[in-house]
Write a protein that binds this ligand. Sequence first.
Ligand SMILES: [Zn+2]
Length: 322
Amino acid sequence: MSDEAATVLGIDIGGTKMAAAIVSADGEILTKDLIRTPRGGADQVFAALAELVGRVQGDLHPAAVGIGSAGPLDQQHGLVSPVNIAGWRNFPLVDRVRTLVGDVPVTLGVDGHCFALGEYWTGAGRNVDTLLGIVVSTGVGAGIVVDGKPLLGQSGNAAHLGHVVVDLDGEPCACGSYGCVETYASGPRMVARAKRRGWRAHEDVDAAVLSADAAAGDEIALAMFDDGAQALAAGIVATAVTVDLTTVVIGGGVAKAGPVLFDPVQRWVKRLAQLPFVTDLTVEPAQLDNAGLLGAARLGWDSLQASTGVRVAGVAEVNALS
Ligand SMILES: [Zn+2]
């Protein structure tokens, strides 16, 4: 295998869209395409993915594949059951992707982990070794990179920051617990809470409208972003003092609200992060549009290095750390 010519295929599986890209060893996307995630049975959804992968691969033969998928997933057995892809329940995604790419390493990871890994590789975290990445959208996903490697945990599901309890008297959460970060900070939950207080109570509106109203000074909308920011900050600081990190990157649809979200998050983080090793905690917006896709490709590069022992320029620092 020639290092110069080697490429990896990254795949990003979400409930709304599926994306695939051929990525070089220094994190450059060579070709990329995406499709809307189809509704339908297991094989129908996979056929659409197979067609996408075929188109992106063309005549190339990637040396490894990395897949980031919405959870939950069973990393050990390569199975995925994305909440928003009803046709896939314990779907053997890794084995099925193997039928498309031949005998190369195929690695599966949680989408939030891939987001953090992508921002660590070429985005807002490229100058640090350890960071927390958070995706705030219809849910709150996250990933933690420690010393250049994604923190997986016992079952591969580490960093479920959206389900850190921040309010002991809080509302029920979809996970079965209550008072989770997600009950305050996800887009749909912020909208639902705002409506209960009379904001656009009878309109069909989403978090983008809420953020526009907050930016225009609407008091209820601003209060919802402040509540969401406080919950996020509590989750961030809990993670920072547990893992010992000072770099946080936030992306996702709700993060597109910009200062409406980031200003109160930074204010609350400053208030809550008091131990000396976290007082420098910084929270910044994601820099990449494709962090999840790049992070998936990075999983592929890391597994390639681990299985072949071949050092690849651009990702070699991971070997230096291991
Ligand atoms: Zn929860």
